[in-house]
Design a protein around this ligand. Sequence first.
Ligand SMILES: *Cc1c(COP(=O)(O)O)cnc(C)c1O
Length: 371
Amino acid sequence: MYQKGRAWIEISLSSLKFNVDQLKKILPPECMLMPAVKANAYGHGGKLVSLALQEMGVEHFCVATAEEGIELRNAGILGEILVLGYTHPRQFELLLEYQLTQTVVDCGYAQKLQQHGAEFAVHIGIDTGMHRLGEDWENTDSIQKLWEYSNLKITGVFSHLCTADGRTKEEQEFTRLQIVRFQHVIQELKLAGKSGFTCHLQGSYGILNYPDCCFEYARPGIILYGIFSRHEKRNDIYLRPVLSLRTRVECIKELAPGETAGYGMAYTAEQKRKIAVLSIGYADGIPREIAGKAYVLCKGKKAPVIGRICMDQMLVDVTEIEHIYSDDEVVLIGQSGPEQVRAEDYAVWADTITNEVVSRLGQRLERILVF
Ligand SMILES: *Cc1c(COP(=O)(O)O)cnc(C)c1O
């Protein structure tokens, strides 16, 4: 395959390194990064990003599924890989074969691991109020009993904050409550003489908004990629977007007044218009919802998205852009001359969060490392 053919993602190594260094500055020196590289590293390319992070000295990683963990092992990731999600007992053998650390999603799940008959490295998930995965924080007795399971090698205990990005008093109070509950569980375990495990609680917004609640690891996802979940001006941290998304012009067309473009004749040219057909669509992760709101960048200028997004193409109005031809490069996320489009803009246009926007960027997009 030729590089930069149809549509592609450029991953900036220097920006990734910059963000890693910024996060290390916020976190105390003894706190280690355990980046979330699940969902293909939030669409950035799981292998590419994880190997780059490993080069930068990162030794611990979290993924969502056993398959994601296997992909990283096969790519040469040597350190700890924690599977944050549920792994079906039929896949337990894979955890052993690829030396993946499994989350204990509750005490019943621990029993299934025990019964399998081989030793698993595990981190115990604690539910401190999110009510997703983890054993209920109040069941300290059952949590302590997990250490009696001969087949569990317990190397970690963790929980997850569900509203650390919240700015309301209620959300902040709830986060503080989750932190206190987690600390309580750890204290009980230590009092009962349990040791030899690491603790972790903070994801991106735990790091940003609750920098005082550090444990041995922190699990940044979205901010590691230099993206906030929503548009946000922060003075406490500066991050650089790691990803830029690019495509090419397939064709240029002239529309006469009254002519329509795209499916459902959703766009009508009021006057004479020049449009460009781009070789990227919703199958590549471009949300259909952005039509009529978004713009792309070409030759340092904005070109509004028109009509409906197709599976493999989209249309933009390039009437105002001179000298634009087939094969010209177009920026969907990133910088072009003085203009910039951020993943945060897509989150607004599609009425979602950036985490969803980037993690949906498709398999057809080539991922290329740049400096
Ligand atoms: C996805 C995930 C993270 C990372 O979340 P961000 O908000 O992107 O930093 C951390 N911990 C758990 C358990 C997760 O599922």
